[in-house]
Design a protein around this ligand. Structure first.
Ligand SMILES: O=C(O)CN(Cc1ccccc1)C(=O)c1nc(-c2ccccc2)[nH]c1C(=O)O
Length: 181
């Protein structure tokens, strides 16, 4: 039996994310082989645990119609906190001391990288977002009116699916929001 891997996939295989379909897929760079289903020899239980931890929410519910209830949307965001954030702490940094203007410069650079097509918001959120949703590529799942801070809600509901907001300022910090559904 080959060395066990963190993903449960056979060695050489990795999980990637299709932004166009908003679905995970399996890729083997050496073989330049990609597929929607896990390859033979996958430890399916282990893969399920890995996906739940790193990719939950990245695949819309399948079979149950998958879509949102009426009035709900699905969005992802990238949050850059600062010293004036209501909770100036995150998984990235125990004590966040950057000023709000420094945070603005940072998130402006992130916005340029995303709009240039160099990186997707989901990929950047994984390492750069100060929100706990970073491990889910910033995906917040479905939400309706009244669920989020007003500035966040107003910006998110003004977006078309796929569209990315400008910088949104809330008590939590500065955000870029991408509506997913
Ligand atoms: O604002 C606060 O007093 C503390 N929060 C709220 C919070 C804290 C933990 C998990 C979710 C939300 C945050 O600072 C925060 N807000 C968000 C947030 C804000 C708007 C939309 C989605 C998430 N994420 C976080 C976070 O730490 O992970």
């Amino acid at each position: 039996m080959a060395e066990p891997t963190e993903t449960g996939l056979p060695p050489g295989w990795e999980v990637r994310h299709s932004n166009s379909k908003n679905l995970p897929y399996y890729f083997n760079p050496a073989e330049k082989n990609s597929r929607w289903e896990p390859p033979a020899g996958t430890d399916v239980e282990k893969l399920k645990v890995y996906m739940a931890r790193y990719h939950s929410g990245s695949a819309p519910a399948v079979g149950a119609g998958g879509g949102a209830e009426a009035g709900k949307i699905r969005a992802a965001h990238l949050l850059v906190k600062h010293a004036q954030s209501r909770r100036p702490s995150s998984w990235r940094e125990a004590v966040i001391t950057r000023t709000k203007e420094e945070a603005r410069e940072i998130i402006q650079r992130h916005e340029e990288s995303i709009r240039s097509g160099k990186v997707t918001l989901g990929d950047l959120a994984v390492t750069e977002s100060d929100c706990s949703s970073a491990r889910k590529r910033g995906d917040l799942g479905y939400f309706g009116k009244g669920d989020m801070q007003k500035e966040f809600e107003d910006a998110a509901f003004a977006l078309q699916p796929g569209e990315i907001s400008g910088i949104v300022d809330t008590a939590s910090g500065l955000h870029l929001i991408q509506r997913l559904e």
